[in-house]
Design a protein around this ligand. Structure first.
Ligand SMILES: [Zn+2]
Length: 354
């Protein structure tokens, strides 16, 4: 076959007439909106609606099916696609389009990935909240007690504060604690003091209602109202069952990871305890907002200036601490700020409402 200057427009292949298995050399192009097919020097014309592109997945060949039963088979897949495009006919089903359109495949992969990410980002937290809310409070209390025992073994020691000082702080907190105990009798809200080098100036709420303040946190507070504001924030996490949600979420994520990767070691890593415990004490931003809402309402109800919370939060930030001593006190392995990520907006809420 001679190569003419216009040969790039031609698609070369073999023609089957649809009646016999015999095939002939053929070539095709598009002229005036019609497919022009040349077989053995004879030309036939097919309007666009009499031609459809067929792609066999996994085959090197593509086909143009003609309305009279004939088929043009060619290895020049992109050439046939071009002809089909020129005929404004690119196959007869979305599935065929899908299979030949790489861009669509990439787009679909991205869509699947995005749905997975959205599912993990939003679906898992939502499901975790539903499950956590459905779990009995007794279970939560037991988990919390075990967590406290574990933390006592690993990270904490009995408070170094004198008995008198502990009593003094407890008495100062008692009126506030009592109000919250009365409001939320299902949670056993209790205040504990611990010494901990690893945790630094810290306060956290365990599932069920055990509230732990480190000695450094008590030392960092300039007055009882600051401690009360931190306590109210922590109780906010308890009543919204945030750490329980995090625990459920951790388990769900392990389940998702193992399902997706088949890697059981991911589960044993998570189950190793420490990271899981730490993760369960790290709150998401939405949870911080809920706990802040709770604290704000409580402070206003108790006629405590919301500014107190802003004051101690800012003192916790080693970057804005005034003295080296404050910096030492505020820094810790797992600081209050790392588990309760502060944002300027959060602090501002308590400042503007003063
Ligand atoms: Zn928090």
């Amino acid at each position: 076959m001679s190569v003419s200057p216009s040969s790039e427009q031609w698609v070369v292949g073999r023609y089957f007439d649809g009646n016999s298995s015999h095939s002939s050399e053929a070539r095709a192009n598009v002229v005036g909106g019609c497919l022009r097919l040349e077989v053995a020097g004879k030309a036939k014309h097919y309007p666009a609606d009499q031609v459809r592109l067929g792609v066999q997945v996994g085959s090197a060949n593509s086909y143009l099916h003609l309305s009279d039963g004939g088929v043009l088979e060619s290895l020049d897949v992109s050439g046939l696609q071009r002809l089909a495009r020129e005929l404004k006919r690119s196959g007869d089903s979305w599935l065929q389009r899908f299979e030949v359109n790489t861009r669509l495949i990439v787009f679909s992969l991205i869509a699947v990935l995005a749905f997975s990410v959205i599912g993990v980002l939003y679906g898992v937290p939502w499901l975790s909240a539903q499950i956590a809310d459905a779990l009995p409070v007794e279970l939560e209390t037991r988990i919390g007690e075990e967590a406290l025992a574990n933390m006592d073994k690993l990270w904490m020691e009995p408070s170094q504060m004198t008995e008198a000082r502990q009593q003094e702080v407890l008495s100062a907190m008692a009126p506030y604690l009592r109000v919250m105990q009365d409001d939320y009798p299902e949670h056993s809200l209790q205040l504990h003091f611990r010494a901990s080098e690893a945790l630094g100036a810290n306060a956290f709420a365990l599932p069920g209602g055990n509230l732990v303040f480190t000695d450094d946190m008590v030392a960092l507070a300039k007055n009882d109202e600051e401690l009360a504001s931190v306590m109210a924030h922590e109780v906010g996490h308890v009543v919204h069952r945030h750490s329980m949600r995090n625990l459920v979420q951790g388990s769900l994520l392990v389940f998702v990871m193992v399902s997706l990767t088949g890697d059981i070691s991911a589960a044993s890593d998570m189950a190793a305890g420490l990271p899981a415990l730490l993760a369960s004490l790290s709150y998401q931003r939405g949870m911080e907002t809920e706990a802040d809402d709770f604290a704000l309402a409580f402070l206003q109800q108790q006629a405590i200036a919301p500014q107190r919370f802003a004051d101690i939060m800012q003192r916790l930030d080693p970057g804005s601490a005034n003295s080296d001593e404050e910096k030492d006190v505020a820094s810790g392995l797992s600081s209050f700020l790392s588990t309760h990520p502060p944002t300027p907006e959060r602090i501002e809420r308590f400042q503007t409402l003063d």
